[in-house]
Design a protein. Structure first.
Length: 466
């Protein structure tokens, strides 16, 4: 919103070379809003702005740009300015940027860092991709348990400016091992001569640097935390992970699940930046699989060719049957996959899920079956008595309606059962439940739904139409 409102004004100031006005304008902006404004500008104008911003503000704003914009800016900047911004960036945000760059570019960027920051950057990049170690920052406040609260407060005043957060203070021993984490309010509300050991209880939750980001996300949700410490295998405190890092993990995880649910492989980069061939490659595999699966519907129809030749009326309801089953299966699959990702449904719950979906399938199928039957009967009545047209479904239209109703009930029931069980089966086999996407379930139910339909028609219409 701000980018749209202020974009023309900023461009005009750049055109006038009003650098003092630009510096004054952006000095009043929070970094996130300044990043929003700058993101709307052409690349050459972004470079102009970053050259006039104070170094600290430029680094803060830089962190709110996407990785492509960051890379382009660094290339366009002079070496000194690029080095200043990279050194001012928080370690976790800098790691996220370096992860997106080619290997040669990473080497160049590391050379711009000060020896101290270079050591930090290399240490974080050595952790596995997607691990907590890549997300953490080593900027935190730690104290000893034999300190007084007064000494803790003095330590915070002297060193807290560079800390990622001051909400939690970490207690470590002489070897750097984590003993406890204590909220800052505990220090503010106690007498200043109180010892740290008298206010901590050694009850804390910590992450391992090698834990995957998904594990960290689950831990944050379980314990409702804004910050968590990160330790190594010997419980030495290495850094902290904050909730803003978890929001990025959550966004990436949700995006991947949604893309898989749509019948495509997860993209490795934003849609607008993805090359055309990459988009085709990610989508082609599943489209081919689904296309081959749908070919089975032709095989099923050939198997019931005799029935179709005797009762052409059956073909009228093929789209109805296939859509009812596919839609019910897609609904069930989507609900269960999302419930599994939220931890609401586990493998041991399969029988409870089965019973619930059988009941849902019978009720939903019953509703659609009644609607389908009434539609057939009422359409015949309207056609013959109101419009004086011919009966479109023949003299046995009531039997046709019953056959369609039974088929709809069976197909919807089967769709809900298969759509709900398939994600659990895949999970049990060690596969990603999201691969049982809505299109895949719909294809499966289309094929089996035709079999149910034709058998129901054969059962009801033999001796009448067949």
């Amino acid at each position: 919103m701000l980018g749209t409102l202020l974009g023309p004004e900023i461009k005009e100031m750049i055109a006038r070379r009003d650098f003092a006005g630009l510096r004054e304008t952006f000095a009043d902006f929070p970094p996130a809003e300044a990043g929003e404004v700058i993101a709307e500008l052409p690349e050459e104008e972004r470079v102009v702005l970053f050259r006039i911003l104070p170094h600290a503000l430029a680094a803060d704003v830089f962190e709110y740009l996407d990785s492509d914009a960051q890379e382009a800016l660094l290339k366009a900047m002079g070496t000194a300015q690029a080095a200043s911004i990279l050194n001012e960036m928080s370690p976790d945000d800098r790691t996220a940027l370096l992860e997106e760059l080619p290997g040669a570019a990473v080497v160049q960027m590391l050379q711009l860092l000060s020896p101290e920051e270079k050591k930090v950057a290399q240490a974080l990049l050595n952790y596995p991709e997607g691990s907590v170690g890549r997300l953490m920052t080593p900027d935190f406040i730690s104290v000893r348990d034999d300190w007084t609260i007064q000494r803790v407060l003095d330590h915070i005043r002297a060193n807290g400016r560079d800390s990622e957060t001051l909400n939690v203070v970490y207690v470590t021993d002489e070897r750097g091992r984590l003993i406890d984490d204590v909220r800052i309010r505990e220090f503010l509300l106690r007498p200043t001569d109180t010892l740290v050991r008298d206010i901590h209880d050694s009850s804390f939750v910590a992450l391992r640097a090698t834990d995957p980001g998904e594990t960290a996300l689950e831990t944050f949700k379980k314990y409702d935390r804004n910050t968590l410490p990160v330790t190594d295998s010997e419980d030495k405190l290495l850094g902290i992970v904050t909730i803003d890092d978890m929001l990025d993990v959550q966004e990436e995880q949700t995006t991947e699940e949604i893309q898989k649910l749509g019948g495509t492989e997860a993209l490795d980069e934003p849609y607008m930046e993805a090359p055309l061939w990459e988009l085709v490659k990610k989508r082609a595999v599943w489209l081919v699989v689904l296309f081959l699966g749908e070919m089975l519907t032709t095989t099923v129809m050939v198997g019931f060719q005799v029935q179709l030749e005797k009762a052409v009326v059956l073909t009228f309801f093929l789209p109805l049957i296939m859509s009812a089953g596919g839609n019910s299966g897609s609904q069930a699959s989507t609900l269960i996959i999302r419930a599994m990702s939220l931890g609401e449904v586990r493998l041991r719950d399969w029988w409870r899920v089965m019973k619930k979906e059988i009941a849902s399938g019978l009720i939903l199928g019953g509703i659609l079956a009644v609607i389908g039957f009434l539609r057939i009967v009422m359409w015949v009545q309207l056609s013959v008595h109101l419009f004086h047209a011919t009966n479109p479904y023949g003299i046995h239209y009531v039997s046709v309606g019953i056959a369609v109703a039974i088929a709809v009930l069976g197909v919807v029931l089967w769709g809900t059962i298969s759509g709900s069980m398939l994600p659990l089966i895949l999970k049990r086999l060690g596969l990603d439940p999201a691969t049982s996407s809505a299109p895949f379930v719909a294809t499966l139910v289309d094929v089996t739904g035709l079999i149910i339909y034709f058998y129901a028609a054969t059962l009801i219409l033999t001796g009448k139409v067949l």
